[in-house]
Write a protein that binds this ligand. Structure first.
Ligand SMILES: Cc1cc2nc3c(=O)[nH]c(=O)nc-3n(C[C@H](O)[C@H](O)[C@H](O)COP(=O)(O)O)c2cc1C
Ligand SMILES: Nc1ncnc2c1ncn2[C@@H]1O[C@H](COP(=O)(O)OP(=O)(O)OP(=O)(O)O)[C@@H](O)[C@H]1O
Length: 270
């Protein structure tokens, strides 16, 4: 699996020598709707005997356009790339989302980033938008497909419990502390990664780009290397503390914490 980081400039030539099938989107969380889209793109690539690629963006367009510079993610970039790679992408293009890229008209995006990159088939969701002021949509992609020799597959709206699966819905569940409902839409529990450090006191430092759930006490599963430990995590806005019973059995280093549900008991030693 290859990752190519692209910083947009008008004169830079970007290309890929072989034809490929490319899925497009931001994909925060790589939720079940995204997974369905990515699996379908992978199946088309297999059928056509070409590589399966994904184009995503970083940071989120709102960090630039709405100046939401402290935006938190369900999956910060590394975690997102890991999940896309696990689905089987051969290559991921990560385009830096900056003002210069945001100003690129939809037509020029098609020319430079689809035709120029040799993507012969693009796979997008029903509500995908692109180009300056988000003026390009699936109809626009279809409109140019014949003359510019690419195919378009549009994935229909994926729903669960009569609700459209979306990053926005999952973000809402995280911020309201409804973490037990997340697997219905994300396909797994919400998890955050960080580092357990020993000094000056044992503490869990979380990767700062993760969204933190509503303040409260959560029952969690902690993955440290190959070891899994059950415990409690008290979240307090920016900081989190693991229960002392969990800490005694963990060594310092990288850990991943899976949020199972909010705890009914409130008195746990942390
Ligand atoms: C070349 C390009 C320019 C864009 N310019 C804007 C913009 O001016 N305003 C905006 O709100 N979003 C802009 N976007 C973001 C898209 O509307 C959209 O959020 C992004 O392509 C990811 O699609 P998705 O949200 O469907 O995953 C742009 C996207 C691309 C690819
Ligand atoms: N439920 C869904 N069904 C089908 N396609 C989807 C679904 N959710 C997202 N997609 C598609 O996946 C790609 C990435 O979408 P995006 O990152 O905007 O996800 P999202 O869940 O819609 O995010 P947000 O809630 O922040 O708008 C786009 O092509 C989009 O159309």
């Amino acid at each position: 699996m290859e990752i190519e980081y692209i910083t947009h400039s008008l004169d830079a030539v970007i290309t890929m020598s072989e034809h490929h099938v490319m899925a497009l989107g931001f994909f925060d969380g790589v939720h079940l709707g995204h997974q369905s889209l990515l699996q379908q793109a992978k199946a088309i690539a297999k059928k056509e005997g070409v590589k399966f690629t994904v184009m995503t963006f970083d940071p989120h367009p709102h960090e630039i356009i709405k100046r939401d510079t402290d935006r938190r993610y369900i999956t910060p970039l590394d975690a997102k790339l890991e999940r896309i790679a696990a689905i089987g992408a051969d290559k991921i293009f990560v385009v830096k989302f900056n003002f210069s890229f945001a100003s690129l008209p939809a037509d020029n995006f098609i020319q430079k980033y689809i035709v120029g990159l040799n993507a012969k088939h693009v796979v997008v969701g029903f509500d995908f938008t692109f180009g300056h002021k988000a003026q390009g949509d699936v109809d626009y992609l279809h409109h140019f497909s014949k003359e510019r020799s690419y195919e378009v597959t549009v994935i229909s709206k994926q729903t669960r419990n009569n609700q459209r699966i979306s990053s926005t819905l999952i973000r809402k569940l995280i911020s309201e502390g409804d973490v037990h409902r997340i697997p219905h839409y994300l396909g797994k529990h919400y998890e955050i990664s960080g580092c357990l450090v020993e000094s000056p006191i044992q503490a869990f430092h979380i990767h700062r780009k993760y969204m933190m759930p509503k303040p409260g006490l959560y029952q969690v599963e902690i993955l440290s290397g190959t070891k899994t430990t059950m415990g409690y995590l008290r979240c307090d806005g920016e900081s989190c503390q693991l229960s002392s019973s969990a800490l005694v059995s963990l060594k310092s280093g990288e850990i991943t914490v899976k949020f199972l549900h909010q705890s009914l008991i409130q008195t746990v030693s942390v």
